[in-house]
Each structure stands twice: as C-alpha cells, then as structure tokens.
Design a protein around this ligand. Sequence first.
Ligand SMILES: [Zn+2]
Length: 177
Amino acid sequence: MSQNSVLGRCVEHDEEGMQLALEQARYAYKAGEVPVGAVVVSEGVVIGVGFNQPISTLDPSAHAEVVAVRDAAQRIGNYRLPGATLYVTVEPCTMCTGLLIHSRIARVVYGASEPKAGAMHSALQLPQQPCFNHQLLVTGGILADSCAELMSSFFAMRRAGKKRLQQGRDVGHIERG
Ligand SMILES: [Zn+2]
C-alpha cells in the first residue's frame, strides 16, 4: 500500500483517524525517522497525509504535522483548513502547535503525550494562551498505547544499533592496537 492510498478514505470516529496516522508513522519508522504520523480529515474524509522526515529531506521543519497540513492545503487549494481535524500519533511540539493555529485547523487529536516537549498539555499549554485569536480544540490520549509503543520500539532499536556500532569500533581498536 502506498503512503497516499488513504487519501479520500472516510473517517467516522477518532480511533479510525488515529489508525491512519499510525499507518503514516510506520512509514517514518521504516525510513529510520522518529515514527510520528499525521492525517488531516475534513468533512469526514482524509485530505492530507504526512510522516516525520527531517533527516531524509534535510528539513528541520518536516514534522508529520507540517507535511500533512501542507499536503492538505495544496490538495484543497486553500492556505487555511477551517473545520478540519488533524490526527497525530504524538503530542505536537511548539513549532507544529504554531502551525496548527496559523492553519486555522478546528481540532487536533493526538495519541501519546510528549512529557518533555509537548506543547498542547505536557511541557506547555500553547493553545490556551490568550495571545492567539484562534481557538484550537484538543483531544489527547487516543490509541496512546499503540502510538507510544511504536516510539519506544524505535528508540530501543536505535540504541541497540548504536551499541553494536560501539562494539564494532571497540573490536577495531583492539585489532589496530
Ligand atoms: Zn512538531
């Protein structure tokens, strides 16, 4: 199945939207990127998809939310997405929360909380700041376990890979000595 094959798919409830975001997150995982995925749903239909890809695109802004919102805006031909809902597997960071406010998205639904850098509820509560003139509705914790499990399995794999590399270097050092 290709990354875009969910476009046009109907989404009737939040778990369904999050399943599709998780599907996107798995594309990031396979590409060796931190596994975060997002989809934008408008009038019950998927209009944008994205997964985290800053390393492969050499673009520090290429978070799943940014990629999905850009995709949706291009497809509907509007720089704002009023009435739309963004599903994302992990609580958005400060940059993405700013983007979601600028895009006039109506609602954000996230899976796992991000205690260190989450800007919705955890580290900061950006949407509640009175300086913004757009109200963002936020729902967290949808399929949180599956979303968190994908993240922890990715980091465990990366740690194991680094350990193997480290051991390889140690062996090389001994041989050279
Ligand atoms: Zn972000």
